[in-house]
Design a protein around this ligand. Structure first.
Ligand code: ATP
Ligand code: MG
Length: 467
């Protein structure tokens, strides 16, 4: 039984946490907050309120002089992104007595306590925290970290002289990711977790989220990621490959003749000797759910003039390209301007935000056969899709592996609008004027094709003149 003093202290602690946070804890967040073990994980489905609670837990003791808490993400952009931990902390703490220092990324409270934000991108970055002492260390998206990062930071967990503050290492994460296995063994697997605590989190645990809208967006994911993010299941993508491609995504030809809309995507590379500039042509249709990758390949030693010529040839070949998207990275920006101004080509910058999230959606399209490849014309791409592994950082930039064609595929797939496909309108009834117009169009089309085949001398002349 806790003593009266302990009950009052606990009541003060909870009250003080609310002083710095505008929201009440959900039931599940309260359970996680009440864990007294040194190491605990709040894990499972997306949207359950894990990151929220990590921040709130870090604030629990900020009224105690000398208290220090550290919140970590793997990379700095993840930390500072809109909706990330820092912007959430600003929402809660701006206008309070807590003071933000953007140089050191930390809040200082009137008691002198600090809440610091940091990242550990590479293993050597753990030494940034050498000599530091914290009573709370929280890792958000723990499966993006290496186990050695967690254990080393654990050595920075020290009790304050004479101050009764618990020592807490806390993780929040979805299953999956490069650290899936060690996190599972350390916290979830009952045979190996020891006295570490795992609190499962589900979408249903968070009444503050529009669950139906969230559910609908999660339903677009590939089956493995769906199980991880929607159901919080600790299933791992055993292949270790970035893309979900299989031969079930191969087709011989487009399923119908006309009505196709074409997209060209380009990933630029500067190498003279290695084929690093990738081209990818995709086709989508108003009445087809799938997008088709018609051809893809990579070339070496491309310069703006040869790329422009190549684009023009493809424009001619496909009878027009609805969109041309290009990776405008360091090299691309100047190129893009040159294509537009000098060659009159309407090249757009490829969408590159949230690459990881969109790749999961692309994998969803691969799994549902809503992304199909004409296999005879995509061998460079297929080789990449079949071999490209995740690297340690959870990105696709593993040394020794190419991602030029697969990047071009991602840009082109994002630019295609196959997902807006609607059902075909019903055919008009025979005898109606619509039916008659349809018949006339078909006759005209057949006649045109016949003329093309016959290659009339007048037509050859016209073609020659056009050239
Ligand atoms: N106790 C709460 N009161 C009000 N809003 C909350 C609460 N907990 C979470 N939310 C809100 O619900 C949304 C999802 O919460 P959060 O980002 O913490 O979930 P998550 O489990 O970390 O999700 P993910 O798996 O995507 O990282 C956020 O907009 C957050 O602000
Ligand atoms: Mg989160």
């Amino acid at each position: 039984m806790p003593t009266a003093h302990e009950i009052v202290a606990e009541w003060r602690r909870r009250k003080s946490s609310h002083r710095w946070c505008p929201n009440e804890r959900t039931e599940k967040q309260q359970i996680f907050a009440d864990v007294t073990a040194r190491e605990a994980l709040f894990g499972g489905a997306a949207g359950g309120g894990k990151s929220d609670e990590l921040l709130r837990s870090a604030l629990d003791y900020v009224d105690r002089p000398g208290y220090a808490a550290l919140l970590l993400r793997r990379t700095n952009p993840e930390l500072t992104a809109p909706g990330g931990l820092i912007s959430r902390a600003h929402e809660w703490l701006s206008g309070t007595a807590a003071r933000w220092n953007g140089k050191t990324n930390q809040y200082t409270f009137p008691s002198g306590a600090v809440l610091q934000f940091g990242h550990i991108q590479h293993l050597k970055d753990i030494y940034i925290y050498q000599g530091a002492e914290y009573q709370f260390i929280g890792f958000d998206e723990l499966t993006q970290f290496l186990e050695r990062m967690w254990t080393y930071l654990g050595s920075r967990l020290r009790r304050l002289e004479g101050v009764d503050v618990p020592l807490r290492m806390r993780g929040a994460t979805n299953p999956g990711g490069i650290g899936h296995k060690w996190v599972y063994d350390r916290f979830v697997n009952p045979k190996t977790c020891g006295d570490r605590v795992f609190i499962p989190s589900l979408l249903e645990d968070n009444p503050h989220l529009d669950q139906q809208a969230y559910e609908e967006s999660l339903a677009e994911l590939d089956p493995i990621t769906y199980q991880q993010l929607r159901l919080g299941k600790w299933v791992q993508d055993t292949t270790g490959l970035v893309y979900n491609y299989s031969s079930a995504n191969d087709v011989d030809a487009l399923p119908r003749e006309d009505g196709w809309i074409y997209v060209l995507s380009i990933d630029l590379g500067a190498s003279e000797s290695k084929p690093t500039t990738a081209f990818c042509v995709l086709a989508f249709h108003r009445h087809e759910e799938a997008v088709y990758c018609l051809e893809s390949y990579k070339k070496a030693g491309m310069i703006p003039s040869t790329i422009a010529e190549h684009i023009k040839a493809l424009q001619l070949n496909y009878g027009g390209l609805e969109r041309i998207v290009m990776d405008t990275g360091a090299l691309g920006k100047g190129y893009q301007g040159e294509f537009q101004q000098r060659y009159g080509l309407p090249v757009e910058a490829a969408e590159k935000t949230n690459k990881l999230g969109y790749r999961k959606l692309l994998n969803g399209d691969l799994a549902r056969k809503r992304l199909l490849l004409i296999d005879s014309a995509n061998s460079d791409l297929i080789e990449e899709l079949e071999t490209l592994p995740w690297n340690e950082l959870g990105t696709d930039n593993e040394k020794g592996f190419d991602n030029h064609c697969s990047d071009a595929l991602l840009y082109g797939w994002r630019a295609a609008r196959h997902y807006l496909a609607t059902d075909e309108p019903p055919a008009p009834e025979p005898g109606t004027s619509e039916h008659l117009a349809m018949e006339q169009r078909a006759i005209k089309k057949r006649r045109l094709e016949q003329i093309k085949k016959e290659d009339h001398p007048w037509q050859m002349k016209r073609r020659r003149r056009r050239r």
